[in-house]
Design a protein around this ligand. Sequence first.
Ligand SMILES: *Cc1c(COP(=O)(O)O)cnc(C)c1O
Length: 365
Amino acid sequence: MSRFWSPLVQQLKPYVAGEQLDLPGLVKLNTNENPYGPAPEVLAAIQRAAQSGQAGGDALRLYPDPQSSALRQAIATHHGVTPEQVFVGNGSDEVLAHAFQAFFRHGGPLLMPDVSYSFYPVYGQLYGIPCETVPLRADFSVDLQGYARPDGVCAGVVIANPNAPTGIALPLDQIEALLRLHPNRVVLVDEAYVDFGAQSAVNLLDRHPNLLVVQTLSKSRGLAGLRVGYALGSTELIEGLARIKGCFNSYPLDRLAQAGAVASFAAQGYFTQTCSRVMQSRDRLTQGLDALGFEVLPSATNFVFARHPQRDAAELAQALKAQAILVRHFPQPRIAQFLRITVGTDAQCERLLAALGGMVGTAQA
Ligand SMILES: *Cc1c(COP(=O)(O)O)cnc(C)c1O
């Protein structure tokens, strides 16, 4: 605490990101990064962007395109929408922050699942938005009825689909039901993991002007370090986001990020191949955990959420860390006995399974 902090800052509880350790031989399965990284064309494009400019290599002297026009066009083409339906930001976390400011400060409560991305309540407190959690069912599926409000009063809905950290995907007809429940409020669908086997709500955009779909290049496109995320929605929603951006940071995406992201959308073959590799490894990892006695929730993401009926999750996470394997543990109600394990390469998954096999075996001996 400091006497210089405003009352707001004194109260804040910032989001705690997964550790970014860098040790030799570390198996890092704690922050859902993609083990394959970006397409080679992405690195080439970033290099070209850094070296271009009239005098050669002086491109970084100049501000980037504040509208990220080329990137918004590439994203629009990829999703079959217009560039006016695309907003880009410095990671989807920034896009989410702007969306909270732009659409959810209506006075009523913002509805969200009780188990979901823990950044949502953080933005809620930053922007003074009351958040109301709607419990997932016992099997961690979404209970639609819980989002109905007889008086219609709420600030909107934010939901991750597939959900994090459970990994469970919600069918599109249920997303559509949410959109119909609150036609005068924004329903934000955070699709950070959608490319690993779930259905995107993008096809619902034509029918629902209150839908905002948020995606990121951090997971399926292997570019967590580049910080690029985006929102797709009706032009009125995108304009609302642009108004916030125009009051915050005119140049959220630097030249290198814009160039690399455009190249990522051009490398479609690499994208589909690496996504399907991750999905195959996920299924193998699920079987391996299953064989060790873990209960694994059905995942449509690049991570699995699993618990062992006899072993404490926090202790398992600690023991794995001692063997240079990082996974994520959330000491929260309902999920404190689960581990969230990112799908790595098959070799990394094998190391994890071997380590867990040793621990689970020891306990039963
Ligand atoms: C990783 C993640 C994000 C943030 O992604 P960035 O684009 O890297 O900021 C947003 N939402 C969910 C649910 C995520 O898991």
